[in-house]
Write a protein that binds this ligand. Sequence first.
Ligand code: LIP
Length: 274
Amino acid sequence: SAENIDAYFDCVLGLTKIAGELIREKVKAGVKVNTKDCDIDLVTETDQEVEKLLINGLKTNFPSHKFIGEETVASGQKCELSNSPTWVIDPIDGTMNFVHAFPHCCISVALFIDAAPVIGIIYNPTLEQLFTAKKGQGAYLNGEKIHVSKVATMNKALLMMENGTSREPERVKTVFANHQILIPKLHGTRTLGSAALNMAMVAMGAADAYFEFGIHIWDIGAGEILITEAGGVVIDPVGGPLDRCSRRVLCASTNDLAVEFTKCLQQYYPMPRD
Ligand code: LIP
């Protein structure tokens, strides 16, 4: 019910603010870095600490809820998206930025019910940008309503795109191919280093599109509801509905713009599903 959603939202927002304070302190103090899949796939103790803080806090309040967290999955837990209420958590999206004190990392947390997001929070504690969305209630930045842009053609579009953290040769080739294909067709491209913040830029109309191959459900869960509540579209890069565990995403301010992208993107498929 709507009352439940409000209670879930208030609880997770409180925890997110506490976690944000922790991130701000660690950015000041400097952090020790470990690696995951390859030498540019980074993780820090803070990623793990923030994830624990959020999961423990939510579990205490909502003991029946399920969790999918980036670091819990990295430590071996299966990523299972059922119809039960499930919190999908990226404790620090943009860990590379966090490690370098580049001021664009965030906490990204979403509540999924029936396998679709109903709450999304993206919080950049360094720049104090708090993006929030609840299903059917619009999208907000620091309490003010946000909307996607009206851009409907690539020749007027600013695209968020990432190089990704894989050095797998075929993946890298696709990244370069897409730069070559897309740049001449666009106004320009930008890279924030965080899938969630890239999506937030589309939601607030500061950018017009974003796509990535290789992302995970925790990178895009909150971003999906933020963009759809801001009036935009989130689909599969080949066209058709988003497959949330497929490691692929395309977002745009308008459906026309999304369709134009699906026609010229070089696609990439060979990734294990979440
Ligand atoms: C990162 C993303 C970034 C993407 C990387 C990585 P992390 O998340 O947000 O946009 O290019 O592949 O997934 O690892 O910092 O949470």
